[in-house]
Design a protein around this ligand. Structure first.
Ligand SMILES: NC(=O)c1ccc[n+]([C@@H]2O[C@H](COP(=O)([O-])OP(=O)(O)OC[C@H]3O[C@@H](n4cnc5c(N)ncnc54)[C@H](OP(=O)(O)O)[C@@H]3O)[C@@H](O)[C@H]2O)c1
Length: 228
């Protein structure tokens, strides 16, 4: 049975990804900041192979604790899903610089820390995959204004994933950023294009079929290659 670790799994896309991988018979290691408040995950744990761990992705000690708890585990899939927008003030006239830095901590630095910290767990798998939820908003190819903090943190994680894909090739670890679509969640809002279930369904098919052929490329939830 494959082990799939998903960060930020208590709501939004992370929760639906957890449900979808569980439905497919995978064992899911769901992480969230407040497990006691993660009612949906607690309910799922009653009927599925689901473990819930506390994880604040920006906290090095929290990541070390997770690594210690998973010491003997094999990780087939690691999904860096946890992410933030980086505050409401992201314009030329009004910028929240501390929220911008926080966006980099959550969206850019944390996925790097998790992948490198859990590298040995991944190396044990037959087809290990490290996937990070990025966004088309970070694509250099797409010309649109505003959201400086969010866009730059996602553009940066795209580059990090590309570099990691080359460095992890010898370990046989697939590394890709993925765009989940514009999704109706707390982050995406109610006017977004697709439901979290639709996004999770597409991402599940993509990630379940990922091989080294996919590594170092930017993918969409519809399994199409996205321009960088
Ligand atoms: N929704 C969209 O349209 C869209 C589009 C493109 C990309 N994405 C990306 O997809 C991912 C998931 O988005 P979503 O729409 O599901 O967002 P969401 O509904 O806002 O959920 C975000 C998740 O990330 C967790 N999180 C945030 N900061 C964290 C931290 N420091 N440590 C641990 N967990 C943390 C949250 O936990 P708490 O509940 O504790 O806050 C929550 O579980 C993000 O990376 C986002 O950038 C989303």
């Amino acid at each position: 049975m494959e082990n799939v670790l998903i960060t930020g799994a208590n709501r939004g896309i992370g929760l639906e990804l957890s449900r979808r991988f569980l439905d497919a018979g995978k064992r899911v290691i769901a992480t969230c900041r407040e497990p006691d408040e993660a009612i949906e995950l607690s309910n799922l744990a009653e009927s599925f192979e689901l473990l819930v761990f506390q994880l604040e992705v920006t906290d090095a000690e929290s990541v070390s604790r997770l690594r210690a708890e998973l010491e003997s585990e094999t990780l087939d899939v690691l999904i860096n899903n946890a992410g933030i927008m980086g505050g409401d003030r992201q314009s030329m006239d009004d910028m929240d610089y501390s929220a911008w830095l926080e966006a980099f901590e959550v969206n850019t630095l944390a996925p790097f820390r998790l992948i490198t910290t859990l590298r040995d767990n991944l190396r044990r798998a037959a087809n290990p995959r490290a996937v990070t939820l990025s966004s088309q908003m970070g694509s250099l190819n797409r010309k649109s204004k505003g959201s400086h903090a969010y866009r730059s943190s996602k553009a940066a994680i795209n580059k990090v994933m590309q570099v990691l894909s080359m460095e992890l090739e010898a370990d046989g670890i697939v590394a890709c950023p993925v765009h989940p679509g514009w999704v109706r969640t707390d982050m995406g809002g109610s006017n977004a294009d697709i439901s979290a279930e639709e996004s999770a369904e597409g991402l599940f098919k993509l990630i379940d079929n990922m091989t080294m052929e996919h590594t170092g490329r930017f993918w969409t939830w519809e399994a199409k290659e996205h321009p960088w």
